[in-house]
Structure formats: structure tokens, C-alpha cells
Unconditional design. Sequence first.
Length: 291
Amino acid sequence: MVILTEQDSPPRAERVRFVRPMNFALTVPALLLLVVFFILPVLSLLLRSVMEPEPGLGNYAALLGSTTYLKIFLNTFVVSALVTVVSLAIGFPVAWALAIMPSRLSSIVFAILLLSMWTNLLTRTYAWMVLLQRTGVINKTLMGLGLISEPLPLVNNLVGVTIGMTYIMLPFIILPLYGVIRKIDPAILQAAALCGATRWQALTRVLIPLAAPGMVSGALMVFVMSLGYFVTPALLGGTANMMLAELIAQFVQSLVNWGMGGAAALVLLVVTLTLYAVQLRLFGTARMEGR
């Protein structure tokens, strides 16, 4: 039996040089998929946005110089921000409840969350159309309780879009928050209480600052996903509340204008990457993961 001593082992630099080629080889399939399914399509859109119908930046000038298109951009950001705020306001208490409730009960709630994510998106959106319409369950219940005298307009407007998208986005903000809150030591909150902090002070000065990375990470995920959402705004919002994804689909499918569609898609991509870069700059990867 041969025993290697520390002097017999290869130097650290040699071990690193030996491991790096192997690690790079393992990443080649992922890099190929990224190039084929992301980088090449993006480059194709970039070329079409500056080459069709004629070379130049005319598509971007038309897109950013039209009040109609700018209104769609503004509506997209307003809806996305509103959905993010509402999702965060609902998701934080749910994530906190999941973190402190018994494991058996939390497993049931998790199963419900995952089941809602696995259900077909179109089916869930049509379900909300049925619930929110003038003769739907919500309006009938409110009228039966005497809270309203006539049905509320809950579809084909901003209210319907916000409700439908918030329901779909909630799991994407609850799960990151739950992961961060679970790592917070309960002794910290107990120490705050022993030092005389009220429940509100413990929430605002201890729990929320510690959970801020998860809140920002989940909020950014919801906001970015909302920017590019298509099905729910198209079915629950109508033409008066058109969002950018619907505009891109109209350019490509109805008008067959790939140049304008590519320009709108690339503007959306730039905004998304900028938001992600800002998040990394402010919080970093480690803090977003709760470390």
C-alpha cells in the first residue's frame, strides 16, 4: 500500500490546470444550447430590425417616436409594476406563514402552489374570465351579499389583467421569499422582542431587511415575466390595455412586419437585461441566494 505525503501530491496550480479543461468540457453542451436557442435568434432579430424593410434605424425611430407605441410601452410598465407590488404584498405574508407553520400543513400548502403552477396557463386564464365576468361568481356573490347593486366591470380592463396576472405570478415570488425567510434564525426575532421591540418594529426593522434579497429577487422575476406576458393580458385586458408582447405578436402575425417586431422585442430584451444588471450590482449573487 502506497501512502502519498503532502510533498508527493501535485502542486495546487497543476491541479487547477488539470481540472479546468474537464469543467469546461462539461459546459460545452449547455453553451451550444445557449448559442443555438438564444444568441442566434437574438442576432437574427437584431439583423431583421435594422435591415427590414430597409437598412437603418427607422424601425426604432418609428417605435419610440410614436405616441401610440409609447402608450403601449407605458401601459406595459405600469401593469408589470402593479402586478409586482400586489404579488409582493400578498406573497410576503404567505411565505412567512409557510416558514412558521407546521411541516405537515406547509407541505399541503406547497402542494397547492405547485399544482397551480402545473395547471395549464390558458385554462387558468379562462377560469378567471368565467369568475370575473358580469354574470360570474364574484359579481353574483357581491350582489347577493348586498355589497353592490350592479355588476362590477372586472374584465377587459386593468383590474382583470392585474387579478389574473397576480394569481399566476404569486408562486414565483412566494418560493424565493420562503427560501430566504426559512434561513432567518428565529432567535433574532426573539432577541428583538427581548430588547423591547414591538411586533411592527420587529417586522419593519428586522424581518423585512433580512428578507430584502429574496423580496428583490422575487419582485424582479415577477416584473420581468410580466413585461413579456401575452395570454392573460390578451384575454382579460382587451385592446384598450394592450401590452408590449401583444404588440410584437400583432407585428409578426397580423402585419407580417418582422422589422418592427424585432425592434420591439429587442427593446424589451434590453430593458430586462438592464434590470437584471442593476439587481446584481445592488445585491450581488450571494445576497440574492440568501447567503
